[in-house]
Write a protein that binds this ligand. Structure first.
Ligand code: ZN
Length: 297
């Protein structure tokens, strides 16, 4: 286990642009000043909006299982508290999903209403990373959720929206230009909050910088009745990734990814409370509360 100091250092190196000062202000001491009293508990829901997508196991478990196949699903998540529900990710946009003929696609906006959440009650939407299956829904989300502020890591935004490297085919194929244009137009407005490093955004909800799959993917640590759970998104595509410490084949920064595995394992109260981005188990192994929606905690 890394000490806090070592961890900050590792995080600084992985993030590249995160200064130690920023990391310290985002830490527990600063958070305590802002939020006092015991953290409230939240429920976590997985909303399956597309799939199954059949692929080689080696795609989601890098270099393991070239001859095995696996079903992947596409999800967004809802973190439900007493007073508000936070949405994690926007899923695929309807235009992109239509062009690619995503199987069983349901507009993620519709999935949120299936959970009984009024669109204008949503104040916070966390985007974990700018891949088409997580941020593509920005095509429709800002209009559909008119009172929501979107939370993204600044380094993730700067890479996908501004770096010429993101236009190279190896990156560009993972992203949705229509959604990225809308994100670009939101820069500097009150509707987009660009975060640098770890940050508590509410009592019991913390954004965690977990690079590896993309330059600055973020996961979400959530206080629940079972302890700290983490909506990890694609820090692992399937639960086996956390157990075996094998990433998916879509790697941006391999050493960074290994540090992110360590970070999330140290954060979650148990490995079963680390929720991966595309595992069929999220849909299959948890109580169903509505069509294609399960309660994880
Ligand atoms: Zn994904």
């Amino acid at each position: 286990m890394m000490s806090r100091r070592e961890f900050l250092k590792a995080g600084t190196i992985a993030a590249g642009v995160v200064t130690l000062g920023q990391a310290v202000t985002a830490g527990p001491a600063a958070a305590k000043e802002k939020f006092s009293g015991p953290a409230p508990e939240y429920e976590i829901y997985a909303l399956k909006y597309a799939g199954p997508f059949r692929s080689k196991l080696a795609f989601v478990l890098w270099k393991h299982g070239w001859n095995e196949e696996i079903d992947r699903y596409y999800y967004i998540w809802a973190i439900k508290g007493k007073n508000e529900t936070i949405i994690v990710d926007a899923g695929q946009g309807p235009t992109y999903a239509g062009n690619k003929k995503s199987p069983n696609y349901v507009n993620p906006v519709e999935m949120v209403s299936r959970l009984g959440i009024a669109p204008d009650s949503v104040k916070k939407i966390i985007i974990t990373h700018i891949h088409q299956d997580h941020a593509g829904g920005m095509e429709v989300f800002p209009k559909a959720f008119p009172n929501a502020t979107f939370y993204l890591q600044k380094q993730e935004f700067d890479f996908w929206i501004k770096s010429p490297i993101a236009k190279k085919r190896a990156f560009d194929e993972s992203s949705d230009p229509l959604a990225n244009k809308i994100l670009a137009d939101m820069e500097g407005t009150r509707r987009l909050k660009l975060i640098s490093g770890d940050q508590k955004i509410m009592p019991g909800i913390e954004l965690l910088l977990t690079p590896g799959h993309t330059p600055a993917l973020q996961s979400v640590a959530v206080n629940t009745q079972k302890g700290t759970a983490v909506v990890a998104s694609d820090c692992a595509h399937i639960a086996r990734s956390f157990k075996e410490e094998i990433p998916s084949a879509l790697i941006c920064d391999l050493p960074g990814w290994m540090r992110s595995f360590d970070k999330l394992k140290a954060k979650a109260s148990s490995i079963d409370l680390l929720f991966p981005g595309h595992d069929a188990a999220l849909l299959r192994d948890y109580p169903k509360v509505a069509e294609d929606i399960t309660r994880l905690v």
